[in-house]
Design a protein around this ligand. Structure first.
Ligand SMILES: CC(=O)N[C@@H](C)C(=O)N[C@@H](C)C(=O)O
Length: 781
């Protein structure tokens, strides 16, 4: 069944067949879900009006016809915030939001009196050789606009990883991360310049390609090396931070506290182009891969006029030489400590993501910059958490100001089993407190910290994002009990149908015992503890009544996690009448390091058995019927989906895969992360076995671990959603498997999105994926 675009919209005038009408209705419903806005960021500052708080809230909403995201901002006034007044009755929103167009980043200054707006204008035309505009706004006007020439740098990084923008303490300078300028391509042809060089643009000349430029893989195709730049907002001049070695990519820059001699230092993260842990002289893919070694560096800021430092910049100094990974640097507000996150557990084990740790080092003051003393562990990697205890850190960044008023308590958002929570960490004692309610099914995300006030957003499968506020009632002792959360009314309107679906959604977290087939294996205790699955249904499933068809939803990675936060796509599927089971099989983040590591070397077996065990639990509880179960997953989730329809053919009526890993033996030669193929197939031994030219023996092992090895057993129709620009799991992997199914007489439906990468998240592609997933599930369940 092919979906003609004409029947997807709601305005089609032609008469429609019943199934077309049904599809048009489903498409209309999904459009309504796509209209639900997200709350992305918030900045709080003291209001000039008494004890109140002024909050700027950044939101976004999908623009389907424009295939883009609309970004807009609204203002919220909270009178007497933190003084016990109920925000539910006392807050004021501005009457309407203002849309931001052309802004790639918005970063308020620390005092809140100015804001930087970064506009990436690439590709710059020849006539306008400017790649970026930096605008500095005051309360009522544009104070300065800096046009950065393309020959100085390319686009400012806005990827959430290399990205970093930092205002200096006096709010005069801004340090940020942008692509290094392009190298000149060779010019060939007749015309020669006076100096004997060929001149571009003259008749009879053309440009060659020049050398291949290695990039950081998926999401970074064609992106040049990230480097650090500093803009002077007074003069409008911009300078590169010099001395960064050619083999380092730099990002996440912050200003160090001012030293007593007035020297201004920058601290940043740098990643080597050579992946030391895999002993290969190449860049391995960065996206979703925290196992890339990295370190903190410090360097003197560039010289600007009278602010100049009378010294030539040397090579930056490596600050963290004794730890394999250090990122997200933040200084305590009093400048005494530098804290950072580490993914050393991932770098050292080779897993693409693992349990993180938090470290802290006393900052020397910067007067005589030297290697810092070894950092102190504040939050270590947790091997085996208690059933209800802190499972370890699963966060990759902090807010730019993550500090409570005491200068020693750092706040962050982290996965905690199947939810996302806000925790506080005391730098001195290392005590970690969960600040969001334990009995909440919601997932939380911290947006802003101001003195003793926290702003956050919370959502769950039946509840789109809502703003929350908490204030710490005890200024002496910070404890979880000291935080009381209140709702801030968010006046978002939903259609009646969406509202009715949302209010019927019921969700709970199920504890799944490890499969009995594990009984004979020697496993660490943490790998024997129960894992979890999130069961979401269109209303409570009543005993004795017919349960809805069930869709297993499997996350990718595999070291990632499904949390209880709202998803418009999955709410839509529930609205179509399906129950969902998101399985956090062992290997997922949020359950401690032993549980995570037990999957490496066992993919296609341990994860498959965990998913089948979770399904057994749901069937045994009468929440689903065994003949009405489908399975959906992307990437490693697609690997599991295709494994399941092959290894357990009688248990699923259909499988739907998005950019699935179907054949590791062919993936290894074309993916940006061949290391993943080794690590997931061989476990820790993969670190030493890794080879840019895999042997026949390795290729055989990869094949045996892959769904393609079970393709002969598949009996059900399968749908494929593929991104043609995917560098992670190139489209040929899914296509080969689809052709193999077709050749065995099975029904397949394939949609290839020509401009999509691994995530298939461009709005129209995401929409078309899920409208088809809904229709396909309706047809086969
Ligand atoms: C590390 C990684 O990208 N692995 C892929 C095979 C994968 O499963 N990706 C995840 C993150 C995804 O959901 O796309």
């Amino acid at each position: 069944m092919e979906l003609a675009p004409a029947i997807l919209g709601s305005n089609s005038a032609a008469p429609q067949a019943p199934q077309d009408r049904q599809l048009a209705k489903q498409s209309e419903l999904l459009q309504s879900f796509f209209g639900i806005p997200s709350i992305d960021k918030a900045w709080a500052s003291p209001s000039p009006r008494g004890n109140g708080l002024d909050v700027v809230v950044a939101m976004s909403q999908i623009d389907l016809p424009g295939n883009a995201k609309r970004n807009f901002m609204s203002h919220l006034y909270l009178p007497e915030a933190g003084h016990g007044l109920d925000p539910a009755t006392n807050c004021h929103w501005s009457p309407f939001p203002i849309q931001l167009s052309g802004a790639s980043l918005v970063v308020p200054s620390p005092s809140g009196s100015k804001v930087l707006v970064v506009c990436n204008t690439e590709p710059a035309s020849k006539d306008s050789p400017c790649s970026v505009k930096l605008q500095i706004w005051g309360p009522m006007q544009l104070l300065k606009e800096v046009h950065v020439p393309s020959k100085l740098h390319g686009s400012v990084y806005t990827d959430g990883w290399f990205e970093g923008v930092s205002w200096s303490h006096d709010e005069r300078f801004i340090a940020y991360v942008a692509e290094e300028p392009p190298v000149d391509r060779p010019v060939f042809g007749q015309a020669m310049g006076k100096d004997g060089q060929k001149q571009e643009g003259e008749a009879g000349t053309w440009k060659g390609q020049g050398d291949w430029m290695e990039d950081w893989g998926e999401c970074y195709a064609g992106k040049r090396r990230p480097l650090i730049y500093v803009a002077d907002t007074n003069s409008g001049s911009v300078q590169a931070v010099e001395g960064i070695p050619q083999d380092l990519s730099a990002g996440q820059v912050v200003w160090a506290p001012s030293s007593s001699e007035g020297t201004q230092y920058l601290v940043f993260v740098a990643w080597s182009s050579f992946a030391d842990n895999f002993k290969t002289p190449r860049k391995l893919g960065m996206k979703y891969c925290y196992n890339r070694p990295c370190a903190l560096y410090a360097t003197a800021a560039p010289m600007f006029g009278s602010h100049s430092l009378d010294r030539t910049p040397g090579a930056p100094l490596k600050l963290t030489a004794t730890i394999s990974s250090a990122f997200s640097p933040r200084f305590s507000p009093d400048g005494e400590f530098l804290v950072f996150l580490s993914a050393k557990a991932a770098v050292d084990s080779g897993a693409h993501c693992a349990t993180n740790s938090l470290h802290c080092v006393k900052w020397s003051g910067g007067d005589s910059l030297g290697t810092l003393p070894p950092a102190r562990d504040v939050v270590p990697v947790i091997s085996r958490p208690d059933a209800k205890g802190f499972p370890g850190l699963y966060c990759s960044t902090f807010l730019s100001h993550p500090w409570l008023y005491d200068n020693r308590t750092l706040l962050l958002t982290s996965a905690w089993r199947s939810t996302q929570v806000i925790v506080s960490v005391n730098l001195e004692s290392g005590e970690v407190l969960r600040l969001t309610p334990e009995d909440s099914i919601s997932s939380w995300s911290l947006l802003s910290v101001f003195k003793n006030i926290l702003l956050a957003v919370a959502s769950n499968p039946g509840s789109p994002p809502d703003l929350k506020i908490a204030y710490c009632s005890s200024m002496e002792k910070i404890s979880d009990a000291a935080f009381q959360w209140s709702d801030i009314p968010t006046p978002v309107e939903h259609t009646e149908e969406v509202q009715s679906i949302l209010s019927s959604i019921s969700s709970r977290i199920l504890q799944i015992p490890v499969p009995s087939s594990d009984g004979n294996e020697i496993l660490p205790q943490g790998a024997k503890d129960p894992f979890e699955a999130i069961f979401v249904s269109p209303g409570e499933v009543k005993e004795g009544s017919e349960p809805p068809p069930l869709v297993l939803v499997l996350h990718g990675g595999p070291h990632s996690v499904s949390v209880t936060g709202f998803s418009r796509n999955y709410a839509f599927l529930v609205g179509l009448g399906f129950s969902l089971l998101h399985v956090n099989y062992r290997g997922s983040l949020g359950f401690g390091e032993e549980a995570l590591q037990c999957l490496l070397g066992n993919v296609g077996r341990r994860d498959v058995n965990d998913v089948l065990t979770a399904l057994d639990v749901v069937l045994a509880e009468g929440l689903a019927k065994p003949d009405k179960v489908a399975v959906v997953g992307g990437s490693h989730g697609g690997f599991l989906t295709s494994h399941l329809i092959g290894q357990a053919p009688g248990r699923f009526v259909t499988g739907i895969v998005r950019n699935p890993v179907c054949n590791i033996s062919s993936m290894v030669g074309i993916t940006d992360i061949p290391d993943w193929c080794y690590m997931e197939s061989y476990g820790k031994a993969g670190l030493n076995l890794y080879d840019e030219a895999p042997s026949v023996k390795h290729l055989g092992a990869f094949y045996q671990a892959s769904p393609i090895a079970h393709v002969d057993k598949v009996q059900v129709p399968t749908m494929f959603l593929l991104g043609a620009q995917d560098r992670r799991v190139p489209v040929s992997n899914g296509l080969q498997y689809a052709q193999a199914l077709r050749a065995r007489g099975l029904e397949v439906k394939v949609i290839v999105f020509p401009d999509d990468i691994h995530a298939i998240d461009r709005p129209q592609s995401d929409f078309e994926s899920f409208v088809n997933i809904g229709a396909w599930l309706k047809r086969f369940t």
